[in-house]
Design a protein around this ligand. Sequence first.
Ligand code: DP6
Length: 381
Amino acid sequence: MDSTKRASIYTGKNEEYEASVTSPVNIAVIKYWGKRDSDLILPTNSSLSCTLSQDDLHTKTTIRASRLFEADRLWLNGVEEQVATSKRLSNCIAQARAFRKELETNSQVVETIATKERPLSEWKLHIISENNFPTAAGLASSASGYAALVQALANLFELTLDQTELSKISRLGSGSACRSMFGGFVEWRGGESPSGEDSYAYCVAPQSHWPSMHALVLVVSDDKKGTSSTSGMSTTVNTSTLFAERVKSIVPKRLQKIKEAILSHDFSTFAEITMQDSNQFHAVCMDTYPPIFYMNNTSKAIVHLVHLFNSQLHPETNAPKGIRAAYTFDAGPNAVIYAEEQHIKELVQLISYFFPPAKAQSFRAYFPDAYKIFESSDDHL
Ligand code: DP6
């Protein structure tokens, strides 16, 4: 997202201003699970994710400000949500408004972008937000949702903050949202400060650094998840003994190693750490009391299939083909598989062989880019 192109559009009708943005989903390879402050949404550990392409899973949000609106209102996928009773929504809007107010009262800019005739900080907002994928099914809908909300607010209010500062605002909506403020490989530095000033996202490497990297989203179920991430992670922090060990001695080392693997295009190390961290996150969920189960039998079958794929031998030389795919699961049964472009076709063939064709249609819907590669080959389904 380009922060230099921030502007709201004057619609002319009733003196209304509007901004519209699309924000992508991100899928963590080092998981965020656990808060040290649940009001400011400060995590117990740093995390790292890959932001998917804008064309794939995303949220589109349009915000309109008008002198005539009487209240802040928000519609998510056509259904109205109560802004006033949602602390997370109110916090994000209040923060963005406060920055806008600063612009309006700052005498140096008052005559350029924030004239007294346009006190947007005082006008109410109507927000329309649409996901192009199942909401709250463990596919990071809150991440793209709050990232789109904050980016649209920043554009509407013509805020002069950089993406790192905006990531702190979107973090107040949902922790993982701060990572969707950037494309490519993104770290959320957990930070230590009680105020949250050092808890923000930044780009480790842009998508163009590793263009052959693909993410396949396998929709195992589009039902809403049973235990929300928010309540699940709070029970984990209070009850799991494995969790403390993970935060203290495992995650920092993994984070360092996976960043090195990304910077040196070392897929095999990237994949091993990704799978181990997903497995440990689900082990910690099972160590929570009462236990939380996000993966189902289909998810487990996908894990086995990926390990089978990674243990294949070359038919002529008998040499191992090596680690060519990595699974990861968030707070739900759906799988995301990272693989490089040259292996996508074989991987998709294998998955569609073991799972019914009806399910294979989900591939086309949820990873159009990968499907195009697959479809252009001679031997597609
Ligand atoms: C398993 O960001 O949804 O996807 O901060 O309470 O809104 P809140 O939680 P959320 O948690 C995401 C958890 C995860 C792992 C990850 O994305 O890092």
